[in-house]
Write a new protein. Sequence first.
Lengths: 429, 104
Amino acid sequence: MTEGKSMKKLLVLGAGAAGTMVVNKLRKKLPKDAWEITVVDQETEHIYQPGLLLMPFGTYEPEQLIKKRQSFFPKGVNFIQAEIEKVDPTLNKTFFKDGREIGYDYLVIASGTTPRPDQTLGMSDPAIWYKSVFDFYTLAGATALRDALKNFNSGRLVVHITEMPIKCPVAPLEFTFLADAYFEKRGIRDKVEIVFVTPLEGAFTKPVASKHLGMMLNERKISLESDFVIEHIDVEAKTMVSMDEREVAFDLLVTVPLNMGADFIERSGLGNELNYVPVDKRNFLSDAYPNIFVLGDASNIPASKAGSVAHFAVDLFSENFVDYVNGRPMTHNFDGHANCFIESGNGKGLLIDFNYEVEPLTGKFPIPVIGPLALLKESRLNHIGKLAFRWIYWNILLKGRYLPIPALMSMAGKVQVTRKEKERLNANN
Amino acid sequence: MPTIEIAGKQVTVNDEGFMTVYDEWSDEIAKVLAAQVEIELTPRHWEVIHFLRDDFKKEGESSTSRHTQTVGGFPIKEQFELFPKKPAKKMSYIAGLPKPKGCV
């Protein structure tokens, strides 16, 4: 360190996928004699979240999905294990629950989003929670659900989304397809009724994908209950009741509870009504403070809350950040690019690739070496892609190494929808 | 974007019939759009519509049902009573605003 020149402090809150990628990318770009980088998390275990979807079906054991967070931080990054009480953006300080505090010059919030069953009346009631009602976005939920599925031999399985936005928006559909294949394999599919309940108008948010995925539900004899906004769960009757008083009874309910950003965001006065921090969707700079950026699921950008989005976002952010702190304009604008494999059961999967403006389309997705992958269409290769991703995640993605998928979406290979086709899709909604 | 005539005025709409130009909207147009989705506007409906219009101006995007509940003070249950079946979509449609983004 040069005499008289003080170190700049970058503080990253959250060491999940986004936070871990940020410290890896920026430690390479920011000189060690000028920048101190610290990352904070309340947990020391990093969970491979995409694996949680497959856990209830016995694909993984919990220990295959967990690694130490510290093993993914590069040299020259400090790690603090602490629960965050609040951020005071006027003092540029973060306060921890144990009374410690830390100052920063720049803050990156990457504290994600969490399922909150307590936010829906009746959902977390001990008489049903983890007995007949489960989530699968947590290790505890996915593990408990695996045992419940094993013992489920007949009856009504309901898969349910409480409210958008949710983390990995295709996961509930994937779970439904996988459950269909799972019961088929056990030879009891005819004894199980499967219902997919969603607050959306159809199977998915965007018309082309909604049509394809809706047809896949149909083919599998899975009924769809749309526009269902849950009001409460009648615990005794094991029934979900909607705002407009429709009822859906269940023997086994697999729900995606309301997703919310971290509570410290609310205590810090930084969030909207779901504790997501409002930012510029092109560069993730906070609307309110010029030294706060928000990456991953914690912001309010209208993109999927998914690891692929966080990955593309961090790639662009790390370029922008170096420009920004040197007084140059940020030129690497994010387009909302997401790229998700969708498991469809029986060793097959689909791939979707889209951004803020372009909805998921059919066609081919070009990828070096492996060859093009089919978009919005079931294939064996897409399923293999999904399984291979666990290795890529641990070994390439988190460490900020190069992956040959561009951060910005490309139209190459995609089949565009004509205006006429669009009107027809909308009319069907 | 196509234009159609509503209440004697040319207005710009998208493929789904949602208005796309904020200032082309008027109370008269709202009444016609409400009738299209079989809603007769009461004073309480107008309170919601005016909240949505003001909120869009402030936020730059259409309010979600939750935002309308938390910030506007209109419980989601009441939104369903006033605008049956698909409140978020119908509210934006009548208020001349884009369909709220169901985030993917």
